[in-house]
Write a protein that binds this ligand. Sequence first.
Ligand code: DHB
Length: 515
Amino acid sequence: MNKTLPKAISLTLIAVCSLGWEAARGQVHGPLLFPKDDYTVETMRVRTSAGERDVTYHSYMHIPYVANPVDKDYQSLNVSVPIQVDGVTIDATKAPVLFNITVGGYMSVNNATGPMGAPPPPGAAGPGRSEEPGGPRTLRPGGNSSVSSKQDLALAAGYVVVTPGARGRDNLANDGTYYGKAPAAIVDLKAAVRYIRSNDSVMPGNANWIVSTGCSAGGALSALLGASGNSPLYDEYLEEIGAADVDDHIFASACFSPITDLEHSDMSYEWMYGTTPTRSGVVDQELSRQLRQSYGEYQESLGLEGKNGFGPLTADNYDEYLLLYYLIPSANEYLNDLTDEERKEYLATNRWITWSGNSATFAFGDYVAHVGRMKSLPAFDDFDMRQPEPILFGNRTTDARHFTNFSLRQASGNPNAEIDDELRTAVNMMNAMYFLGQNDSDVAGYWWLRNGTRDNHNSQTVMVNLATTLENRNKEVNAWVFWDGGHCADYDPEGLIAWIGNITGFPRQPNVGNN
Ligand code: DHB
């Protein structure tokens, strides 16, 4: 995309000399200059499947990434640059950049204190999110050892890790106004990407190899970052906060349990869980039926083609598609990896699975019953507006708003009510699927998509629609579901590290991500 370079560059002569011509050429505003000498030296022990690695890295903390921050506690980022692994000096000047989005529940991430208010350990790359329930678990169910988080593994592999803060739906100013409602989070993340790109000549890491990652709301934001590169839709927001005036597309996106396509998620949730009881019984079956019917129309409108000549994906054959390409392969991998004794035990407690010739067979309905329904109806744009999503779509003066016509009509009693244009635009600006349907953004070429088969926060169709849309657009997609994995499951963090090495061709440090 054609962008004009910023004009007001107030670098002093000394700064120009010390930075060299590349930075002086005009990519960097004074306040947006990466403070390359302002770091502390930290060490960390990283657990890999091939043993422990001692990593020494430079830690840059709390760097504002926009010139006119609304709140710099949020609009700042941390950078970790590996310097030595097991005493051997490494060069991360042109390494891939893992852009680690720690947003959860569409809440803000305070870069001064860390997500959820927890202070980050000194020099740490920033906490990741762990699968629920049961805390961090990086190996498959039943595994008894674990490797470090993907961001720590990335450092041990020799990659740069950037952990941005971002505004979120909870940000409330002293005057009682909200300043982090949609699309603030994605605007901030784009601004952080622009910061990295505008500082490419002075900041370690290669801005052409930015790989975003996150889970759940963070996974959705990672997908959105990958789908909406350089879209002009955000320009005025980015200008307002003084983001660097450079491109914001990224190279690759890794999305775990992405809660994207929000305006269709109530529909797909009913498609998957409509007749499955919650703890308090079955949901209103008439409303569920209406949402399920809308899902069928929506799915058809996407015009997606399943893999290997499967044909059009519809509400009628999606169960078959999920079984064929996602659920059965995942179950097979899991069950084949167990010992005979473990498998016998698993199958004895999961009699809905038939095991024959090293292969599992089961009915989609039995699988859904095994997972169980978590959310009530509507699952996202709920009538009481207590879910994260209506609160995400509040505005400066309103905490929460309905963002689907279905819920607005039910709640208002007006069968013709429509959400207004300003809100519709905000909804689009938060949806990766919107951009993939538009063809006017620069979409990342590489995608790593993961979900847990027992994640009942969302319909399994959401990630698979994202995967299939990207496949239909000839992007390189590596998609998988972790058997019995919950929300944000990541049983293969080394796989991601290896994949980043493969798609960039960067010679990563050995023994991190060898699988
Ligand atoms: C998250 C989980 C949800 O169920 C949801 O609706 C939105 C976000 C999360 O964990 O980030």
